[in-house]
Design a protein around this ligand. Structure first.
Ligand code: DHB
Length: 322
């Protein structure tokens, strides 16, 4: 029987399938349900210093292909999540914090607090697409470098970056160089594809209300983009990658592993199905791993072949960050 457990940055995960930050992980009840589920970790909603109710409703829409959202970082605020850390410990699975400061210095302050509270890993979200008046940090290399370098000084715990999707070879290479230079321990890719639009043709309306109807796209719509980002970063970096985007079956998770992911994050499918999705995904992942002769996720990692059947392998970056 193939196993689904993995180890990333010295941390043991009971399953390679975890929740993506932002999907059913805001309230204490959401987080408890993730603890109780077969999810491989508990990822806490991307946190700001203060409580945020988020954007106006409707701010989420899902269809057969995926989802669009403009949540606007609804979260309980750091103080409440710090109280929950020791409570959530009892589920004996990794606790992962995600931060997205609004003001300068917020990320450093929150990372220090989460570090002290004893979370296992910390994700710096460089890619929330839904904050009015704020660009995504991950599309500004200098700002990303500065932010990651500053955060790196605060914690020795495994710290990684959650990246927006990239579409250009230079962007991959330059961001990979930034991650190396600033000592990131892991990569989470991709966040939702920002500023997309879904239209209801019957009503002749936009599907969501905030941000002029624009929102981050997730689910099956984005799987080819997430696979490309996972694969590129796995070729450019020797870091564990959490592949996020379009994972709604064990086969989707397997594709992410082949592309180079060590673990997968589940967003849209978790919102659609609830935490029981992890029971289904783990069973499906075991089956597909076994069918392909792998004894676990680590064995399948990076096993993708080119069309000719030769291993896809690594890449030498043609450019440097500067
Ligand atoms: C939010 C949306 C996202 O797609 C994301 O990755 C992080 C945050 C949000 O608007 O809350």
């Amino acid at each position: 029987m193939a196993e689904v457990s993995i180890e990333i940055c010295g941390v043991r995960f009971p399953s390679a399938a975890i929740n993506a930050a932002g999907a059913k992980d805001v309230s204490a009840g959401d987080l408890e349900a993730l603890g109780q589920s077969e999810a491989g970790a508990i990822v806490i909603k991307t946190t700001t210093k203060a409580f945020r109710s988020g954007n106006d409703l409707p701010r989420w829409h899902t269809d057969g292909m995926g989802s669009i959202n403009s949540m606007g970082l609804p979260n309980l605020g750091i103080e409440r999540y710090l109280e929950l850390v020791p409570v959530l410990r009892r589920w004996n699975k990794p606790l992962i914090a995600s931060v997205s400061g609004i003001e300068e210095g917020d990320n450093e302050e929150m990372i220090a607090a989460y570090d002290k509270a004893g979370v296992d890993m910390i994700e710096v979200n460089l890619s929330c697409p839904n904050l009015a008046g704020k660009g995504q940090l991950g599309y500004d290399l200098d700002a990303s470098r500065e932010m990651l370098a500053s955060c790196r000084k605060i914690t020795k715990r495994p710290m990684g970056a959650k990246l927006p999707p990239y579409f250009d070879g230079f962007q991959f290479e330059r961001m990979a160089a930034v991650l190396k230079e600033t000592g990131a321990d892991f990569v989470v890719t991709i966040n939702s594809v920002g500023n997309t639009l879904i239209i209801d043709p019957e009503k002749e309306e936009k599907m969501i209300a905030p941000n002029g109807g624009f929102g981050g796209l997730g689910g099956s719509y984005v799987k080819p983009i997430s696979l490309a980002n996972v694969h590129k970063f796995s070729q450019l970096l020797d870091l564990p990658i959490v592949g996020v985007g379009g994972v709604s079956s064990g086969v989707d998770a397997f594709e992410h592993l082949l592309a180079g992911a060590s673990a997968v994050g589940v967003g849209t499918a978790l919102v659609n199905e609830g935490p029981a999705v992890f029971t289904r995904l783990n069973a499906e992942l075991r089956t597909v791993l076994e069918e392909h002769g792998y004894d676990g996720p680590a064995a399948a990692r990076g096993k993708l072949k080119d069309k000719t059947g030769t291993p896809a392998g690594k890449e030498t970056p043609a450019t440097q960050a500067r």
